[in-house]
Design a protein around this ligand. Structure first.
Ligand SMILES: NCc1[nH]cc(CCC(=O)O)c1CC(=O)O
Length: 308
């Protein structure tokens, strides 16, 4: 859209979002030998940024972080947008496509606490703050005695509340902490098997207008194919199960030696039950494999777990 040859990148304004947008900007400049002024960052406030007092699952779900940015893309105010893949809705409006993903960061969750080194070592009845239904359910599956309460806000706010003793512990994505240079706050890293990540965790997605060949071609040069394959499996899984954004869901795919391996999990909110499915196959079948895993769980899980 930009007749001036400039690429405008839309992003939220949180420190993590800005880090992600700057990383995409630097990658574009490096890949195409662009001058600094050829890629601009445009900060866009989203509805999700204004809700701090309740879980987002209670406020309308994930489109909250993308709606205003999608509108800016569609009206040409920006040419591409950068998102944490974890916070994206399963569907974008007509006319917007995911043009690629950056190479994925570590997908695991990190344990942060002033009281213990690991989740299992927390004292009986400890209070863990988290806004994530998945983390709450996985915690209670491992430690039914632990109380989980709502803890929202950006990464810095959450770390401050732990330091001030408002909660005994919290869990955050290791990816975000690394990007913000705060990995030194991590007490321990959770095991992938016991604590599978959210769909998209650690991945950064770039969206563009479907018909904008110039921007899409430019993004092709920085897109990481294996991350795209993994995300195709994970997002297909989520799409099948997305009946309710109040269901704790985990999903993770890896591409190794030309094979994609996916594992997905649906939990009851209190962690008392969980349903798992795994598939592996050719990378070009990634979306089909993720979707099959989702339907497998749909066929087995009690309907009240997945109900609205
Ligand atoms: N929901 C907020 C959010 N979205 C992406 C990340 C971390 C970075 C990532 O997963 O790429 C976080 C914070 C967190 O869960 O700790």
């Amino acid at each position: 859209m930009a007749g001036d040859g400039v690429f405008r990148i839309g992003t939220r304004g949180s420190p993590l979002a800005l880090w992600q947008a700057r990383t995409v900007r630097a990658a574009l400049i490096a890949a195409h030998g662009l001058p600094e002024e050829a890629v601009e960052i445009v900060v866009i406030k989203t509805s999700g940024d204004m809700i701090q007092d309740r879980a987002l699952s209670q406020a309308g779900g994930k489109g909250l972080f993308t709606k205003e940015i999608d509108a800016a893309l569609l009206d040409g105010g920006v040419d591409l947008a950068v998102h944490s893949a974890k916070d994206m809705p399963t569907l974008f409006p007509d006319g917007i496509v995911i043009a690629g993903y950056l190479p994925r960061e570590d997908v695991r969750d990190a344990f942060i606490s002033t009281r213990a080194r690991t989740l299992m070592e927390l004292p009986q009845g400890a209070v863990v703050g988290s806004a994530s239904l998945r983390r709450q359910a996985l915690i209670r599956r491992l430690r039914p005695d632990i109380r989980t309460t709502l803890l929202r806000g950006n990464v810095e706010t959450r770390l401050r509340k732990i330091a001030e003793g408002e909660f005994d512990a919290t869990l955050l994505a290791l990816a975000g902490l690394k990007r913000l240079g705060m990995a030194d706050r991590v007490a321990s890293v959770l095991d992938l098997d016991a604590f599978p990540p959210a769909v998209g965790q650690g991945a950064i997605a770039v969206t563009a207008r479907d018909g904008d060949a110039r921007t899409r071609a430019a993004l092709q040069a920085i897109a990481h194919a294996e991350t795209g394959i993994a995300l195709a499996a994970e997002r297909a899984f989520l799409t099948v199960l997305d009946g309710s954004c109040r269901t704790p869901i985990a999903g993770h795919a890896v591409v190794e030696g030309g094979v994609v391996r996916f594992r997905g999990l649906v939990l009851r909110a209190d962690g008392s039950e969980s349903f798992e499915a795994a598939r592996e196959g050719a990378p070009e079948d990634a979306a089909r494999l993720g979707g099959e895993a989702g339907r497998d769980i749909l066929a087995r899980a009690p309907s009240d777990i997945l109900a609205h």
